[in-house]
Design a protein. Sequence first.
Length: 221
Amino acid sequence: MTTTTAELLPLLGLRITAGPLELRGIGDDDLAALVDLAATGIHPPDRMPFYVPWTDVPAEELPRSFAAYHWGQRAAFSVDSWSADFAVRYDGALVGTQGISAKAYPVTRTGETGSWLSAAHQGRGIGTVMRQVLCAFMFDHLEAEEVTSAAFLDNPASLAVSRKVGYRPGGVRRVQRRPGELALNQQLALAPADLVRAPYPLRIEGLPAFRRSIGLDVPLP
């Protein structure tokens, strides 16, 4: 019997489809394609939408840095602290990533989302649909009681997606974004009853194993 990578890390066997959208756990083949996609551009150089400014690294360092981050997230995956990052395809084309991270999930039942889309695929409503689909997956299949997010006040596109999905604004944090740069970070929270759903049913592969990997459906000792 041959062991598969999905048996070693069930995230790699998780696949969520909804209409034209597919979310799939990021494998090594996806990493290479995503590096190439990110290199085509995500945001203008004078803007920084990310809390961690990972796109600021020199172009020649981006592939290794990008891959090392995702390899590290896989290695650190545990019931107590995990990050589920998905390659996003729309009508079969790779467009970006959507992720969610959580700590002590069987107790907290909450996670925080994060995503990026290549510039060529922005402005088409894809960012809204992929967040709607991930949140529906969290509420309907992982029994989440809340999903959180955050966006800088100078990132109106991300804030607009959050409004469309149903998030409610919370407080504003003052944080350093780039070295020496103050930025205001809007906190957001979504409850199951407030989710504005995408008009597509979800189909899921690999759910039972993924649930067990985050501490659900596991008998108490």
